[in-house]
Design a protein around this ligand. Structure first.
Ligand code: ADP
Length: 382
């Protein structure tokens, strides 16, 4: 990255000194070039051509710090106001470089649009003399790159934190078993706890792998077509043991049949996660509904429970990785905090969405919406 900047710079300088000089103002307009150029003195033709093809934003200023050339990228970032640089730090750097003759690299934060509502951008800016009459400002927008690096950093920090808990518990339990070797009762109790922690660790590892697979692959690349009723049947079936243990009845109601295009395994996993949450966060002997209907070529799978519900301020956050409203309770149920973020990724990667309605102490409805492969076939009316 760095090297290429300097190669580019060298090329530009080469043009500056090597190519024949032309008067830019008329020429740029004549040839229909995209660069914005306002010059009252000759500028080497090579510079114009170069600035025009720059992928990053490039701006050339003259000796009185007036902008005489700006690339389409610079215009798109809105870095120039008339013949002035819009950012003060950038203009200051240009003045400094005129004085010292030393090129500079700066990381600037730029708020686009009106104060308070614009988006903040991170711009890596290089200012370098272009011969002895012009100054070149090259700007690379690093906003997305830095955001992704932040997401990766958080993810790694979260994983390490989440894995430490069950691993630490396993180590302590192993020690406890050793210390209680003479007491079979306690050994049994500790090894049961070990089983719980090991299961949790296993589940978390599996879910993390699922999640990174969904994020890395495009499920529509090797898409299959499958009926939504089959997804519901399998997802309900996989939750039977869990539901029976709490005497909860799962009541599927598929009003419309339709096909989905995508990964059958992933969509099943998403619906299965919603149903298992509904069961986990509901009191014993209640009902969980799984309704399917098709509205305007969109399949809606609504999973409804009469459980603990989710407060309004938590409703956005439950889709984040590792987010749990009550971590202590989650440890008892074996929750990993990954289930809903898997659902969200499956929805988005299939061109759909997942929404939530919930009231504390009343219950929740999670609705997964996916595009239907074709018009619905009406199955029953009541
Ligand atoms: P977990 O493995 O902890 O269930 P999820 O990502 O599936 O992780 O859910 C995140 C959090 O959202 C849960 O810890 C729980 O607090 C809350 N939650 C999810 N589903 C429900 C539901 N049906 N009713 C109430 N709370 C729920």
């Amino acid at each position: 990255m760095d090297a290429s900047w300097y190669v580019l710079l060298a090329l530009l300088l080469g043009f500056a000194f090597g190519a024949g000089s032309v008067h830019l103002l008329g020429l740029a307009a004549q040839r229909g070039r995209q660069v914005m150029a306002i010059a009252s003195e000759p500028i080497p033709d090579g510079i114009v051509a170069m600035v025009n093809v720059l992928e990053s934003a490039g701006i050339v200023l003259d000796g009185s710090n007036q902008v005489i050339l700006s690339s389409p990228g610079a215009d798109a970032l809105d870095l120039v106001d008339g013949r002035e640089l819009r950012m003060r730090e950038m203009a200051d750097a240009v003045r400094r470089v005129w004085r010292t003759g030393e090129s500079e690299v700066l990381d600037l934060t730029y708020r686009r649009g009106r104060i308070g509502i614009g988006t903040e951008m991170q711009l890596r800016t290089r200012v370098a003399p272009l011969g002895n009459r012009f100054m070149l400002v090259l700007v690379a927008d690093r906003t997305e790159e830095l955001r992704l690096a932040g997401v990766r950093r958080d993810f790694v920090a979260n994983i390490s934190h989440e894995l430490k808990t069950p691993i630490g518990a396993l180590a302590l339990l192993a020690e406890a078993i050793e210390a209680a070797a003479e007491d079979p009762e306690r050994v049994r109790a500790f090894s049961q706890r070990m089983q719980v922690e090991a299961d949790r660790l296993g589940r978390m590892t599996k879910e993390l792998i699922d999640l990174s697979r969904i994020q890395a692959d495009d499920p529509l690349e090797e898409a299959e077509r499958f009926p939504i009723s089959r997804i519901v049947d399998v997802a309900v079936d996989r939750n039977h043991v869990l539901a029976d243990a709490k005497r909860i009845r799962i009541m599927p109601r598929v009003l419309d049949e339709a096909e989905v295009i995508g990964s059958e395994e992933l969509v099943t996993m998403a619906v299965q996660n919603l149903i298992s949450n509904a069961v986990q966060y509901s009191p014993e002997a209640t009902h969980v509904g799984v309704g399917v209907r098709v509205v305007d070529d969109v399949i809606e799978i609504a999973v409804t429970d009469k459980g603990v519900g989710i407060a309004a301020e938590e409703q956005e956050r439950v889709f984040e990785r590792f987010y749990r409203i009550d971590p202590a309770r989650s440890r008892v149920t074996g929750g990993t905090g990954l289930g809903l973020s898997i659902v969200k990724h499956v929805a988005v990667s299939h061109g759909g969405e997942v929404t939530l309605w919930s009231r504390p102490a009343q219950g929740s409805t999670f609705t997964l919406r996916l595009p239907a492969a074709h018009a619905p076939v009406h199955k029953e009316t009541a």
